[in-house]
Design a protein around this ligand. Structure first.
Ligand code: GDP
Length: 567
């Protein structure tokens, strides 16, 4: 069930805001036409077929007659010895491509249906009409990561726990156990939240601390759900989650006073929305939760949607990329099926949460760019080497590939790749994978390191220029201010070395050179100095890897994009 990656204890800090060209609209950024989108919705089976085409499959006709070694001992008693040998031969070829993702029986059926033609059999297994589950596993429909954010107590964990329960991802027996245990602990209403909040400490405190990750499938997508902690103390962990997300679900509490507490200064709703946008997320589902607390009043829903809508637009979200869904996580209303509650039906005929998730545009997949993966977790498991997890930001990787890790600027070999716990031969941009690594000492690999293409490695530097948007800060930013740089999963102390200029928000025109300080809402060019080399990309080359955030004394003070890397 929900696995909590070991991201606790990262010396992280929090938030960001965003974006591309700050203060401007983001129309061009993620506006993908259906035709362009197709190139991102790559299909794993296409790749497999291509890879397979290089295998000696054409010889399919030859390997029959006289190879009789290792007959296939299956439940196909009517096969002659020769046919058994042909079958076995086909199965061997298919296994090379399919690995363990398909059962023997599925493969045997495909071989028999294709008259012992391994190539056709493989096509059959991979084709539309083959076993649905098999197809999903192999072609990995459209992997999408969602980050769930929102003010503490908005009901995020309950909502997601209930969603997973309704999707059959939680064993009934375990759910019953959670119910009993939470009742005993005097927190009966937390039972669903416990599905995600796995650790004892989280249960005791009743808050989510790590980024819990769970996978489920919708009609068209394989979803990795990241329940990001909402509590202020845990925002650093949330960044790890959100940095890897494609789309976000922002949960707000509809109850009177509660939405306002989360939305106003000091609340986390605004901060989280800015944060996910600055991390590159452009699509948002706003879940207006606990609608039972306001008797499903349309006026309240409208009021919240309007207030948030106005703010989200300013934060850089396009109206058309934000959807609002009324729910109650506790009762499971409007989560996986459209709610039949008359009070809601009277005024809402939009999608339920699952439908909305399913209708998100698939994420961009810069497969053609050089390989980049930012390490979100490092751990030792059985076997040789160790493992790292992270989202592949660009390019693809195959088992046996040599990659460079920056820092420490050392080469390594990828011994294994796993996606959703399934071993694979390759993985590509957009996949959240586990790589088994050898050839480099685990001690040198930290959260924040970047695995990259040896031929086109990411640069590292200690000095860079960036265009930043200053958040609402009380004390102006001056030269020499020590801040914390958040870049992907990396967190690193740095100093604001120079205030180069104040820029016009929309045109980028220089309004003032060498300003003495920077204040709330300003757009500026600054120079930053780190103490150790950090891996960075220019925003113009690699949007995903050219963004960062700055924090100071526990608060987010600015979001930026890298414009110049100094040697
Ligand atoms: P999180 O901090 O955002 O993860 O919030 P939790 O999921 O831990 O929920 C906080 C509290 O709100 C718990 O007591 C839940 O039982 C309660 N809660 C969650 N969803 C609903 C809902 O839809 N309606 C009502 N009335 N209470 C809810």
């Amino acid at each position: 069930m929900a696995r909590h990656r070991n991201v606790r204890g990262l010396k992280y800090d929090e938030d960001f805001e965003d974006d591309d060209v700050y203060g401007q609209s983001v129309e061009d950024d993620y506006c993908i036409s259906p035709a362009t989108a197709a190139q991102f919705i790559y299909k794993r089976d296409d790749y497999n077929r291509r890879a397979f085409a290089q295998e000696p499959l054409e010889e399919g006709d030859e390997y029959a007659e006289d190879k009789v070694e290792e007959p296939f001992h299956s439940n196909q008693p009517l096969l002659s010895e020769v046919d058994q040998a042909r079958l076995q031969s086909c199965l061997d070829k298919m296994r090379e491509v399919l690995r363990e993702s398909v059962s023997d029986q599925v493969m045997v059926n495909a071989v028999l249906n294709s008259q012992y033609d391994a190539r056709k059999a493989l096509d059959l297994v991979l084709s539309e009409d083959s076993h649905q589950k098999t197809k999903r596993k192999i072609q990995n429909t459209v992997p999408t990561r969602k980050s769930i954010v929102g003010h503490v107590d908005a009901g995020k964990s309950t909502l997601m726990g209930h969603l997973l329960y309704l999707l059959g991802k939680v064993n009934k027996r375990i759910m019953h156990k959670y119910e009993q245990e939470s009742k005993k602990a005097g927190k009966a209403s937390f039972a669903f939240a416990w599905v995600l909040d796995e650790t004892g400490e989280e249960r005791k405190r009743g808050v989510t601390m790590d980024v819990g990750m769970t996978t489920f499938e919708t009609k068209t997508k394989v979803i990795t759900l990241m329940d990001a902690p909402g509590h202020k103390d845990f925002i650093p962990n949330m960044i790890t989650g959100a940095a890897q997300a494609d789309v976000a679900i922002l949960v707000v509490d509809a109850s009177r006073g509660e939405f306002e507490a989360g939305f106003e200064a000091g609340g986390q709703t605004r901060e989280h929305a800015l944060l996910v946008r600055s991390l590159g997320v452009t699509q948002l589902a706003v879940v207006v939760n606990k609608m039972d607390q306001v008797n499903w009043q349309p006026e309240r829903f409208k009021e919240i949607s309007n207030k948030l809508g106005h703010f989200l637009k300013q934060a850089g979200f396009k109206d058309s990329d934000v959807a609002y869904i009324p729910t109650t996580g506790l009762n499971g209303e409007n989560l996986t099926t459209r709610s039949q509650i008359p009070e809601l039906k009277a005024w809402y005929n939009g999608p339920c949460l699952l439908e909305q998730i399913d209708s998100f545009k698939p994420p961009q997949r810069p497969v053609e760019k050089p390989f980049r993966l930012c390490v979100a977790d490092v751990f030792k498991d059985q076997g040789s080497g160790f493992s790292v997890t992270g989202k592949i930001e660009a390019g693809y990787v195959q088992t046996g590939d040599r990659l460079l890790v920056m820092p420490p600027n050392e080469a390594c070999t990828i011994k294994g790749i796993a996606l959703h716990d399934e071993p694979l031969d390759w993985a590509a941009a957009g996949d959240h994978v586990t790589l088994t690594v050898t050839g480099v000492d685990i001690i040198k690999i930290n959260v924040g390191c970047i695995f990259c293409d040896q031929k086109a490695p990411i640069k590292t530097c200690m000095r860079f220029r960036a265009r930043v948007l200053i958040f609402s800060i009380d004390i102006p930013i001056t030269q020499g201010l020590p801040v914390l740089l958040h870049y992907q999963t990396l967190s690193e102390p740095c100093t604001i070395r120079r205030l180069v200029s104040v820029l016009h928000k929309s045109t980028g025109e220089i309004l003032k050179k060498k300003p003495k300080c920077l204040t709330k809402g300003q757009n500026a060019l600054i120079e930053l100095q780190t103490q150790r080399p950090v891996p960075l990309e220019l925003y113009k080359d690699f949007k995903e890897l050219g963004r960062f955030m700055l924090r100071y004394s526990g608060s987010s003070i600015a979001a930026g994009v890298v414009t110049e890397i100094k040697e």
